[in-house]
Every structure is written in C-alpha cells, then in structure tokens.
Design a protein around this ligand. Structure first.
Ligand SMILES: C[S@@+](CC[C@H](N)C(=O)[O-])C[C@H]1O[C@@H](n2cnc3c(N)ncnc32)[C@H](O)[C@@H]1O
Length: 218
C-alpha cells in the first residue's frame, strides 16, 4: 500500500480521513498526537519527509509569522518579545515552509497555510501563488457542525488538482469562532485545528488523483 505523510499535524484530522479511505497514512509533528494512536511520528518533519512517502504528502507548517493576520508584529513586537525575535521567527517559518514545499521525491504535495504577507512570500524558495483558496463552510453539510466556519485557507499544490467543494451551505450562517478563540495558552491550537469536511475531500479527491498517477507511472 502506498504511503501518505501528513506533516505538522497533532489533531489527526487529515490522517484519519486518509486512513478511512484505506490509505497507509501517518502524521508527524514535533508534539505528540492529541489522541492515542500508533500512526503518529513525534519528530521534526525534516527528519521524516525524506523517507519513502510514495503516494503523497499534506503539510501544515506553522503560519504564525507568515500569515497576513500577524504582519503587524513585524513592526511592533508583542509584549515581552523583540522585533529581532519576530524577524528571526519569520525567517525560520519561511525556511520550514520552503523545505516542505520543495521536497522533491514525494510525487504529489499539498501545503496548507492562511493568506500570507509579502515578507513571507519573498523568503520562500520557488514561491508560487496558491493554487486555490477555500473556506471550511464550502465543505459543510450541517449548520451546527464543525465545518460551518469562516477561515480563508490556501493550498499550494504540486501534481494535485484543486479541491471541489463538497458542502451544501452558502456561507451565510458560517461562524467566526476561529478568530474569536479566547485568549489563553492553547489559543494557537484552537486556531490551527483543521476541519473534517476539507480533510474528507482531500482524502477522497487527492487520494484518488495521486493513486491514478501512481498506477500510470507503474
Ligand atoms: C499550524 S499548526 C497545524 C496543526 C494542524 N492543522 C492540526 O490539525 O493538528 C503547525 C504545527 O506544526 C508543528 N511543527 C512546528 N515545527 C515543526 C517541525 N519542524 N516538524 C514537525 N512539526 C512541526 C507544531 O507543533 C504545530 O502542531
């Protein structure tokens, strides 16, 4: 069975979606998995991504210093931090994004991040515009469910088609809970948790597309 790597994921949401479609999927993060599993590798993604991932990879590298919503911190550092910290963390974030985006031997790669500011784009090697931008509610079928949210999500895709929305809602009832997450130590985790509707579409649509390419190349 061909292997799928889900990089920088603790929630297991994308990993479980690929597993439920019958793929040999593994998540990897420097942190442990949020829930018990024997399908999580706790390590730096850079130590793991060069193994044999012969179907595809979905990567969720940290966006804190790359995303448009945080660009203000590059001119006025948050309390207790320096501008030097902010620019160093931007360089580190752009470097990790570059490494997962440019990983050459995985046949199909998707990198997910929010809308980026120009300083991030300038630092990413072989930067390209995202292939597509989606909203979680486009993959929602239940107004009260976890997918009926607004959060602009960009995909940089290599050898994968843009996702087709699978939802039935029109966005008018979509919530903003991602932006309204209450302050606290785990705010970043609440804000970065992924959405099961998009994950299911990835596993079905990208899993099928990558499988077809693998068969065609055999
Ligand atoms: C934006 S969050 C993505 C969370 C993901 N969407 C989920 O549902 O679990 C970024 C993740 O990257 C992880 N991370 C940061 N640097 C990493 C590295 N070098 N290798 C692997 N994971 C890393 C963080 O621990 C964090 O869980």
């Amino acid at each position: 069975m061909a292997k799928v790597l889900i990089g920088c994921e603790t929630s297991g949401i994308v990993r479980e979606a690929f597993l439920s479609m019958g793929h040999d999927a593994w998540s990897c993060d420097i942190l442990s998995s949020d829930t018990p599993t024997n399908r999580h590798i706790q390590d730096d993604i850079r130590n793991v991504m060069n193994d044999e991932w012969d179907l595809m990879a979905v990567m969720h590298p940290p966006c804190t210093r790359l995303c448009n919503s945080g660009v203000r911190w590059l001119s006025k550092a948050p309390e207790g931090r320096t501008l030097e910290d902010m620019w160093r963390e931007l360089d580190e974030g752009a470097e990790l994004f570059s490494e997962v985006w440019n990983v050459a031997h995985i046949p199909c790669v998707a990198v997910e991040n929010p809308v980026m500011h120009r300083h991030a784009k300038e630092r990413i090697r072989n930067y390209e515009k995202p292939t597509q931008t989606v909203q979680p509610w486009q993959f929602a079928t239940d107004e009260m469910g976890p997918d009926n949210e607004r959060k602009r999500t960009c995909f940089w895709l290599r050898s994968l088609p843009a996702l087709s929305p699978t939802g039935t809602l029109d966005g008018t009832s979509a919530r903003d809970s991602v932006f309204k997450a209450s302050p606290g130590a785990d705010r970043w985790k609440v804000r970065s948790k992924f959405f099961p509707g998009i994950a299911a579409a990835m596993a079905k649509q990208w899993g099928d597309a990558a499988q077809q390419q693998l068969l065609a190349a055999a």
